[in-house]
Design a binder for this molecule. Structure first.
Ligand code: Z5A
Length: 225
């Protein structure tokens, strides 16, 4: 991107920041989805209108991409490059057609997963070159970033045990423990790279302890008057 268009992109991004964008990230069974309601309630308590979404997905077209991404097809397997490109196709669609307009209206948007998942799953899990991922991100969403990312850090074994009872596991959930351990490493590394917006929650602890840790972060970042 040229210097001028990069500057224009940054201006466009900050202009839509009347609202707040919060993302919940973590490995399988980390407890992100279970804590979405708590984050929502807290932000509504501050007087915000809140919209929740998820990745991949969140719009009609992006949900169609989600179904390609998560459905296992025994006839033709999805290669890692296609997986990466589809993640960014879905993200570009969600950011441009839903998240940015909501933020422009001053709303809080909470997303169950976002870009840190690509860094962890496609970068560390699949082993795709991290510089290539950075370049694709630039094309897909430019400098657009969350205001706060809650990383639910869970040990691969603990997370897998929590979802063991699920009857139908999606295509990615069927990966090995070694894959999820690399993914965890990727999340932690990604959080370090985004230390200004990322907060790590120890998600190995009991549900109530995790909830208390989430509330403590929210109170620190968005204090109640
Ligand atoms: N993916 C990717 O590869 N690249 C990307 O860029 C993006 C995504 C955006 C989406 O799956 C898949 O896409 C995901 C990554 C990949 N793949 N995998 N595998 P999804 O959205 O359908 O699923 P998920 O995000 O992985 O959801 P999850 O496995 O359910 O994880 P979770 O939301 O963190 O967990 P949960 O549903 O809140 O909790 C799971 C269970 O654990 C549930 O029974 C809870 O009651 C229990 N739980 C939660 N916390 C605790 C504690 N603290 N103690 C005990 N039990 C607990």
């Amino acid at each position: 991107m040229s210097g001028t268009s990069q500057q224009q992109q940054l201006l466009a991004d900050s202009a839509c920041r009347k609202g707040v964008f919060i993302t919940l990230e973590g490995g399988e069974g980390a407890g992100k989805s279970s804590h979405l309601a708590l984050v929502r309630e807290y932000m509504e308590g501050l007087g915000y209108e809140v919209e929740c979404t998820r990745e991949p997905g969140g719009t009609k077209l992006a949900e169609q991409i989600r179904s390609i991404l998560l459905t296992k097809d025994d006839e033709e397997s999805l290669c890692s490059t296609s997986e990466l490109l589809l993640m960014y196709a879905a993200r570009a669609q969600l950011v441009n057609s839903k998240i940015k307009p909501l933020l422009e209206q001053g709303k809080v948007v909470i997303s169950d997963r976002f870009d840190l998942s690509t860094y962890a799953y496609q970068g560390f899990g699949r082993g795709i070159d991290l510089n290539s991922i950075d370049s694709l991100r630039e094309v897909a969403i430019g400098s657009f970033r969350p205001d706060l990312t809650l990383l639910f850090d869970v040990d691969g074994e603990v997370g897998m045990e929590r979802i063991r009872v699920r009857k139908a596991k999606d295509r990615i959930e069927q990966e090995s423990l070694a894959f999820f351990q690399k993914v965890r490493e990727g999340f932690l590394e990604g959080a370090k790279r985004n230390a200004d917006i990322a907060e790590i929650i120890d998600a190995n602890k009991s549900f109530d302890e995790v909830s208390n840790a989430v509330l403590a972060v929210l109170q620190k970042r968005f204090p109640r008057n």
